[in-house]
Design a protein around this ligand. Structure first.
Ligand SMILES: [Fe+2]
Length: 163
């Protein structure tokens, strides 16, 4: 009979480790955005798995996961801002500023890592998770409510929400 050694169990645990789980509290109600936010959940978890990789793998695996995360955050924020422009969101500028700060912080952390400065990947992923998902749960939800309200009073059509 197949017997899992401690090492196998440890590896299994690392492959499936989750630091964030999709929750309705993150749902904006705008399908295209929620799909992208779910992808951010996936990428954050991949980054977490990468940072608990074996030391000899850490360098390559974490760099690659970080690269994917940065690319996707850029892509997603661009899409989100396009949408907020389309719906004439009154807090567009403030929202964009928050994105810019987030991107700047992520890039600075990536640079620190690349330069080999004192950097704790595990700690970084937790911080990143807090940044991104509190932004979604508070500020993205706010435009989600705005959209619902606009659709409800007939100022916005659901068609306009296709980015
Ligand atoms: Fe946002």
């Amino acid at each position: 009979m197949f017997d899992m050694t401690n090492n196998d169990q440890q590896e299994k645990k690392q492959e499936t480790a989750e630091i964030v789980v999709w929750d309705e509290k993150y749902a904006t109600g705008i399908e295209v955005i929620d799909v992208q936010h779910k992808k951010l959940v996936e990428l954050t978890n991949q980054l977490y798995v990468a940072c608990i990789a074996k030391p000899d793998m850490l360098q390559t695996v974490f760099k690659e996961a970080m690269h994917k995360m940065v690319e996707y955050v850029h892509f997603h924020f661009d899409d989100e801002i396009k949408l907020l422009k389309t719906i004439n969101y009154p807090q567009l500028n403030e929202h964009k500023k928050m994105h810019d700060i987030l991107i700047k912080d992520i890039l600075e952390a990536a640079k620190e890592y690349n330069e080999g400065k004192h950097f704790v990947p595990n700690h970084f992923v937790r911080t990143l998770k807090d940044w991104i998902f509190s932004h979604i749960a508070i500020h993205d939800k706010t435009y989600g409510f705005y959209v619902k309200e606009q659709i409800h009073n007939g100022s916005l059509s659901a068609q306009a929400l296709k980015v």
